[in-house]
Ligand binder design. Structure first.
Ligand code: ZN
Length: 150
């Protein structure tokens, strides 16, 4: 299994180095801010909604490799998708990262996001990986208050 973890780590490092959908979105219809005080991760998420679809999504911010890679993977996963799909994915992802390490997870249900399943070994990192998703939820809910993981 260690080869698999190495591969997962490679994917995370790649997304951290070259984050997808990074930058501001000029024509955003929703913006939400997320902050994880435990680690210092800060995230600003831009969404352009078109009916019930996430037409475009981008993020800015600074944080650890896990939070940045998670935001990059998340934006890739939900871009162009119906809002309902994004919420389903949020639930599945949340379930994966909060499943105890000695219990099996349904990797197929979360696709590429499974690379972040390793954070289960480090409870502090679960907040880093979840921050982009909580921020997305806030943006979809239209919440004005900044999201905090604490
Ligand atoms: Zn972090």
């Amino acid at each position: 299994m260690s080869d698999l973890s190495d591969l997962y780590q490679e994917v995370i490092l790649d997304h951290n180095r070259r984050p997808r959908n990074f930058g501001a979105l000029a024509n955003a219809t929703r913006i939400a801010n997320g902050h994880n005080p435990l680690c210092g991760d800060r995230l600003k998420l831009y969404l352009r909604l078109d009916g019930d679809r996430i037409a475009d999504i981008a993020f800015e911010g600074s944080g650890c490799a896990i939070s940045k890679a998670s935001a990059s993977l998340m934006t890739d996963a939900v871009k162009g998708r119906p809002i309902a799909d994004a919420i389903t994915l949020f639930d599945r992802f949340h379930q994966v990262v909060t499943t105890p390490i000695d219990q099996p997870i349904d990797e197929a249900a979360v696709g590429k996001l499974a690379v972040l399943a390793g954070v289960r070994e480090y409870p502090v990192r679960v907040k880093c990986a979840s921050l982009p998703w909580h921020t997305l939820k806030a943006a979809l809910d239209g919440a004005d208050e900044p999201v905090k993981t604490e």
